[in-house]
Write a protein that binds this ligand. Structure first.
Ligand SMILES: Cc1cc2nc3c(=O)[nH]c(=O)nc-3n(C[C@H](O)[C@H](O)[C@H](O)COP(=O)(O)OP(=O)(O)OC[C@H]3O[C@@H](n4cnc5c(N)ncnc54)[C@H](O)[C@@H]3O)c2cc1C
Length: 386
């Protein structure tokens, strides 16, 4: 949609990351006139959804809601990719690796059982004989989800947006300005001075939420720097690609990675939160210190990869809430403004289920869930969701 075109919308969704894209898609499927507004472009290089790949797994400890949303989302992702003839989900399997008496693994296993998710518990000696390319030091057992895997993230968002466009969502590149005052918002102001009228407004601004609403969300959304490394695999060696190697997570180390997908290399990243950053301006070049750490880690856990070159890197950000639970709630000052974000390093996979939930809220068919409410978002971090 161009600057001078005037149209009226039922809903304007601000932000074309995974959350905004699926929200727009679901609202349009429900027959609403939707504008998807984005300041840089869908899943751009600075967006949290802009990475090459994201894990989709069902294990969430005792958090049944996330297991169910993940299951529901995987179905929707698969339907989208089947309809668009895209191969953006790789069923690599996901392997959680825990130390002895890992309560999290036990709770996950119980939940997978409850939700009917296919899984397998592997004792250390089974792990060692199945995956001879991995050093399992400090691990006593694994929980394997054979039907989980990897979403090719930025392309999956583009695929969602294109699908949304085909069913009638309009898009526009522009920066939204935060509304002032209180009551009911009739129109949204843009940074270029234009205004857009609509019945409802959904701010799905990811790590920018705290910049858009500095007083309300500045202290409640913690954007942290996260560095990602891809290591070149040895020539002619398939042991670090799927199906030989699944997606993996060493729980005690808080380090995860993926097999070589589309020949981009073995992916590795640390899940510990980095320093607080500004998503517009932070440097996207990895630090020498972290590159050295990552090389040492690979050499230790995958001995045949010792000395492997770093072939690609990414610097992204998590947009954490205090607990790691999503933020999905009405703005306290406006009856028709919604706040959606707080993916907290695990949100990508949930895009379809989250978008469906937000559409239900906007249409007045669902109520806010307490754990996703603004009230539950504190100004001190105490991570509870992994
Ligand atoms: C390194 C890394 C690894 C991760 N791994 C996983 C994983 O394995 N599995 C998983 O499920 N999740 C993972 N995540 C988390 C997941 O990627 C995020 O939670 C998710 O992408 C957040 O999506 P979003 O739509 O909320 O935000 P974003 O993708 O950042 O989208 C927000 C959009 O809003 C736009 N915007 C902001 N302000 C304005 C404005 N004023 N006007 C117009 N547009 C605006 C921005 O330009 C941006 O495009 C990971 C994240 C990172 C960084």
């Amino acid at each position: 949609m161009g600057k001078n075109e005037k149209a009226s919308f039922d809903v304007v969704v601000i932000g074309a990351g995974v959350f905004g894209a699926w929200t727009a898609w679901h609202l349009r499927k429900r027959g609403r006139r939707v504008l998807l507004l984005e300041m840089y472009g869908p899943a751009h290089a600075r967006a949290s959804s802009g990475g090459e790949s994201r894990i989709i797994r069902m294990s969430y400890g005792a958090d049944e809601i996330y297991t169910r949303w993940s299951q529901h989302s995987l179905n929707q992702w698969k339907q989208l990719f089947a309809a668009t003839n895209e191969k953006l989900f790789h069923e690599t399997g996901v392997l959680w690796l825990g130390a002895e008496r890992s309560e999290y693994l036990e709770q996950s296993r119980a939940n997978l059982q409850l939700c009917g998710v296919k899984h397998e518990v592997l004792e250390k000696r089974e792990l060692e004989s199945k995956y001879t390319q991995i050093n399992f030091e400090g691990v006593s057992r694994g929980l394997f989800e054979p039907q989980s895997g990897v979403l090719l993230a930025r392309r999956a968002v583009n695929c969602t947006v294109e699908s949304a466009l085909r069913i009638g969502v309009l898009t526009r590149i522009a920066q939204a300005v935060a509304p002032q005052g209180r009551g009911r918002l009739d129109s949204l102001e843009l940074a270029d001075g234009d205004r857009i009228s609509a019945g409802q407004f959904v701010f799905a601004c990811g790590p920018w939420l705290g910049k858009v609403f500095p007083e309300l969300l500045g202290p409640r959304i913690f954007p942290t720097r996260q560095e990602v490394f891809f290591f070149g695999t040895p020539p002619g060696d398939v042991r670090f690609a799927s199906p030989c190697l699944p997606t993996w997570f060493f729980q005690r180390d808080e380090v995860y990675g993926m097999p070589d997908i589309e020949s981009r290399g073995l992916k590795l990243a640390c899940d510990i939160h980095g320093e607080r950053i500004d998503p517009d301006t932070q440097s996207r070049i990895v630090s020498r210190e972290n590159a050295e750490w990552a090389s040492q880690y690979v050499a230790n856990r995958f001995p045949a990869m010792k000395g492997a070159p770093i072939v690609e890197t990414r610097v992204c950000q998590y947009e954490n809430t205090s607990s790691g639970d999503f933020l999905i709630d009405r703005h306290p000052n406006f009856s028709n403004v919604w706040l959606v974000g707080g993916g907290s390093g695990h949100g990508f996979k949930h895009g379809p289920a989250l978008g469906e939930h937000v559409a239900g809220l906007v249409l007045g068919e669902q109520a806010t869930k307490q754990r996703f409410s603004l009230d539950a978002k504190l100004t001190q971090q105490k991570r509870a969701v992994h």
